[in-house]
Design a protein around this ligand. Structure first.
Ligand code: SF4
Length: 215
């Protein structure tokens, strides 16, 4: 029989405490000064490191100062400017398409609802949740590859499907912890629970992780 919901909630509360203890300073590592800059940086971060995105956006945001600069630029120039982030053709199309919609339908303002955000070209739930949680301060759970992998290892889901995981976690973790949870799990995934070679003997969650490897 699967673990009861009460048990999962109790385990989640303990894990959150341990994560806060280990990663008190976890936060979004993308640099931005506006909702639109965060949107651009988040689109660029797909399959790319935040470090690389920050290098690229440092010059990009000097050249393209407002949403309309992205909306009406020559797309081949934009693709060249973001080249080193990878998938530059797709990403430049998404950035320009979303910026155009923001300028023409939203008066230049990035929408603050999931419903409107996911209507923007190239914007999925992950990017939308990032904007909502990070910029607009709305409780939201971003599900990236670290979250999918580690939430499976911690036994909070058996799914690989981000939307399903998002809803499952919202039922288990307290709303006040949602935004920080993702940042702490990303840090944990980079430092300790590394894909294919988790350092379980160095992990402070090992006492309550059902997937710990005993060495
Ligand atoms: S005990 Fe191992 S598998 Fe579980 S969270 Fe820690 S590093 Fe990952």
């Amino acid at each position: 029989m699967g673990e009861s919901k009460i048990n999962k909630i109790e385990r989640a509360a303990n894990i959150i405490k341990m994560l806060y203890n280990e990663y008190p300073d976890s936060k979004c590592s993308l640099n931005y000064k506006s909702a639109h800059q965060l949107l651009v940086a988040t689109i660029l971060s797909a399959q790319c490191t935040d470090h690389r995105v920050n290098i690229v956006t440092k010059d990009l945001f000097l050249k393209y100062k407002k949403p309309s600069d992205f909306a009406y630029c020559k797309i081949t120039d934009l693709a060249k400017d973001i080249h080193s982030c990878g998938y530059y053709n797709q990403k430049s199309k998404s950035i320009q398409g979303a910026s155009l919609r923001i300028v023409e339908d939203h008066n230049g303002n990035v929408p603050d609802s999931m419903e409107e955000l996911i209507k923007l070209p190239g914007v999925g739930r992950k990017t939308a949740n990032c904007i909502l949680g990070e910029y607009y301060g709305q409780p939201s759970v971003v599900i990236d590859t670290h979250m999918v992998r580690i939430m499976n290892l911690l036994g909070f889901t058996k799914s690989k499907e981000p939307k399903k995981i998002e809803l499952e976690l919202m039922n288990i973790f307290e709303e006040k912890d949602w935004v920080k949870l993702t940042h702490m799990i990303i840090d944990h995934g980079r430092a300790v629970c590394i894909a294919r070679r988790p350092k379980c003997n160095k992990c402070n969650l090992s006492t309550i992780c059902p997937s710990r490897i005993k060495e």
